[in-house]
Design a protein around this ligand. Structure first.
Ligand code: PLP
Ligand code: COI
Length: 341
């Protein structure tokens, strides 16, 4: 298959439309069969529930070209499960998990020409999403929904690629204030838009959000979970019921323990102890593992020994093992890699 003429090595994290997207509609209590379409526009009634009450949830995953030329995706069953949990929390019907995986496979296959080649540094980002589509004016869920999957080729999430970033501790909350932070709902991201623009205006790449009840514990950033490494090489990751259960983080914990023989602690992490860690990174589908060089807490700087020039040694090992598994250089645990073709 001939690839599209795109300068793969120089694309950022933006939207480049591809040829096909998937759409399935829910009406009269059931999902239709679904189909691929070439039309990137969605036309809805002005009073659609998604516009008025933000009834929308989404997922994020990637398709990779492996070293031996296959196209694969990573643990799509976990995205299917998380989308189902997000949908239930917003009173939306679940798109069946096996059908989710089939639709993802079908959509990636149809857009094969846009899956960046092995070694280009780019990937095809896959965005499944669902929204309430019929008019409602009283505060209640819609009766009709669309489940869609769009794809777009992407480069690094943070400008500067693998260079460490600077983040700040923020007083804003990331999510809507009703214990919804663990689901991938549009409303949580809408709540974070002001915080992220405010951080950018002040020269920071991202925010470190704290727990909203006590403001002493580390939660996550706007689009990724934290991982820390102690001076004696233990991997530490915050445990909280209000952060997004990152598939990347769950995979890294496994990789740290089973591939690298590292000790891992998933526990509450206090802001006070962050200054004692040797390395810090942000992990997620978009972020992969982005090293953090510096955290600024209301004017007080926490500089990690790993510095602002490159990834710390343990972060680098985690990065190389995870991306090695995703790109087919390292054998994956059973069930992690779904071969598209
Ligand atoms: N936290 C937030 C708020 C996110 O948006 C994401 C991205 O999906 C993550 C964490 C990382 O999750 P995952 O590794 O499943 O992509
Ligand atoms: C992802 O990593 O898939 C995300 O959703 C993060 C961001 C692009 C919102």
């Amino acid at each position: 298959m001939e690839k599209k003429n795109i300068d793969w090595g120089n694309i950022g994290f933006g939207y480049i439309p591809t040829d096909y997207r998937f759409v399935s509609k829910f009406k009269d209590g059931k999902w239709d069969e679904g189909e691929l379409t070439t039309d990137p526009n969605v036309v809805l009634n002005e009073c659609a529930c998604v516009f008025q009450y933000a009834q929308t949830v989404f997922e994020g995953m990637k398709a990779y070209t492996t070293e031996d030329g296959h196209i694969v995706t990573f643990r799509p069953d976990l995205n299917a499960e998380r989308l189902a949990n997000s949908a239930k929390r917003l009173e939306m019907p679940v798109f069946p998990e096996d059908r989710f995986v089939d639709a993802v496979v079908k959509t990636i296959k149809a857009n094969e020409a846009y899956v960046p080649p092995y070694g280009s540094g780019a990937t095809l980002y896959v965005r499944p999403y669902m929204f309430g589509s019929n008019p409602v004016i009283g505060v209640k869920p819609a009766d009709e929904y669309q489940f869609r999957i769009l794809t777009t080729p992407v480069g690094p999430y943070f400008k500067g690629g693998a260079k460490p970033i600077t983040i700040r501790v923020t007083d804003f909350d990331r999510a809507a204030p009703h214990g919804t932070g663990h689901i991938k709902a549009g409303l949580n991201y809408a709540m974070s838009l002001h915080a992220i623009m405010d951080a950018h205006r002040q020269g920071y790449d991202e925010n470190m959000y704290l727990d909203s009840a006590t403001r002493t514990k580390v939660e996550e950033t706007g689009g990724a979970n934290f991982i820390f490494v102690t001076k004696d090489g233990t991997v530490v990751t915050p445990k909280s019921s209000s952060i997004l259960p990152s598939i990347t983080r769950r995979s890294l914990i496994y990789v740290a323990e089973h591939y690298l023989g590292l000790k891992v602690e998933e526990r509450e992490v206090y802001l006070d102890e962050v200054k004692d860690f040797a390395e810090c990174g942000l992990c997620g589908t978009a972020a992969v593992i982005s090293p953090v060089g510096k955290i600024v807490d209301h004017g007080k700087e926490i500089c990690f020994p790993s510095g602002m020039e490159e990834m710390g040694p343990t972060t680098k090992k985690l990065y190389e093992t995870l991306t090695g598994i995703q790109m087919g250089r390292i054998e994956a645990p059973e069930g992690w890699i779904k071969v598209i073709e």
